[in-house]
Structure formats: C-alpha cells, structure tokens
Design a binder for this molecule. Sequence first.
Ligand SMILES: C[S@@+](CC[C@H](N)C(=O)[O-])C[C@H]1O[C@@H](n2cnc3c(N)ncnc32)[C@H](O)[C@@H]1O
Length: 241
Amino acid sequence: MTTTFDGKTAIPKEKWWSETESPKAWMSVRDADLYEALLHRIAESRAGEPLRVVEWGAGRSTLWYTSFLESLGVPYRWLALEHHGEYFRESIAPRLNQRPDAAAVEDDHPDTIRALLATKSTVAVGFCAGGLRPFLPGREADRNADLDAYVSLPRRLGLEWDLMVTDGRKRRRCVLEALELLSPTGFVLLHDAWRKHYQCAWSSWTSGRRFGDEWWIGSRATTDFTDVLPWHAFERHAEPL
Ligand SMILES: C[S@@+](CC[C@H](N)C(=O)[O-])C[C@H]1O[C@@H](n2cnc3c(N)ncnc32)[C@H](O)[C@@H]1O
C-alpha cells in the first residue's frame, strides 16, 4: 500500500477496478462496467424491440444506464422502483423530470404506470418508506417494514420483462418475484450476492452464476451466461468476511 501526495492511501492497481466506486452506479467500477456490457448485449439481442427492464432500488444507476441506452439508440422501457420517499423526491425525481422521455411519480396504480410506460422510456416510482438499512448492526427492525407495494408493482402491472435488477430493499423477495415476470430468455440480477441470506432464492432458477465482484445472474433457461458476459466476469468474486 502506498500513500499519494495528498495523504490518501492509494489503492493497489490490481484492486483498483474492484475497490473504486463507479460514477455509473453505487458499486465497483468492475461491476458497473459489467452491468453496462450486459445491457449492451441484451439490447442488441432484442433486434429493434424495446429492451424491458425493472430496477428495484433506484439511484445514479437509473440515470446512467437509461442515458447509456439512449446513446446506443436502442428502444427501451425502464421501470425503476424506489422505497425511500425522501431520497426519491430529492435526488431522483427532479433529475428524471427534466427529461422529456422520463417520468417520476409517487403513484403506484397499475393503470397510471402502464399508461406512462406506453409513452415514456423511463418511469420511476417512489414509495413512502424511510431510509431502511437492515444490513447495519442495530437496524435489524428495518427488515420488518411493509414494502409489499414496492415488491409487487411489476406483478400488478401484468407485463413481461427482459431484465429485472434487484439492488434495493427486499432483494430475496424480488429475485423470487422475477421468476414469473421475466420472458423465458430473460435475466434476473442480484447485487451484493455474497450476502448469505439472499442465496436461498437461487435454487428456484434453472441457471445461476456469480459474476464480477458482487453480482449474481439467474435465468429460467439452461445457460452458463457466456453468451451475454465476458470470460473475465466469472473470476474472483467478493466473499463474506
Ligand atoms: C445499493 S443502493 C443502489 C441504488 C442504485 N441501483 C445504484 O446503483 O445507484 C440501494 C438503495 O440505497 C439508496 N440510495 C442510493 N443512492 C443513494 C444516495 N446517493 N444517498 C442515499 N441513499 C441512496 C436508495 O434507497 C437505493 O434504493
């Protein structure tokens, strides 16, 4: 470990991609770039049909990856769900509502959301829970918060999706929800996959594999995922301390 001129401890270069946070999403550079590569690949496979994505847990990923799909010039529909009302109102909604192709609402009526998805590429829905952090010591009670509306909105819409990303609260439940909502060739993604309590949801999927630092990908089809992710994605994953 070396120290830089400004007194900060430098990250060894072989760990830089896994220990530096990406500007694209709240995850490592490696994971954010693999996520982008996966989106690129499956957007191409849609052959001009819109790529349909659900993201449980909004943030800068919502802003970045929707702009990325825009820059690829591919059609898409991106539904982002955020449990934390204040964060949604202050950090997500104002930025999305500046875009003509996006809408951020705090109304989860299926008719409202289906109508928005018919005309907007990005639709973000905010729910009214607070800042739940059940993975922190002393915050275990946050696990009991009722987030049924947040988990079940995709199911209530009755639409089919190509990719469902679980990177917010209630990840184990969201992985299980995705089983019935994805197209037969669709993928589910789970971040922070090293957390043991999410892993019981994996056996419901025909295929599943860790990739990058903290990702897990699942499919209802039989696949080793090498057609959608590069070889180096499948080496060296983060494990629990
Ligand atoms: C692990 S973050 C992931 C959010 C998103 N997928 C991303 O990568 O940017 C999960 C949750 O943290 C909260 N969050 C995200 N960005 C935040 C920020 N900059 N400040 C406070 N909370 C944030 C949101 O409630 C979000 O659902």
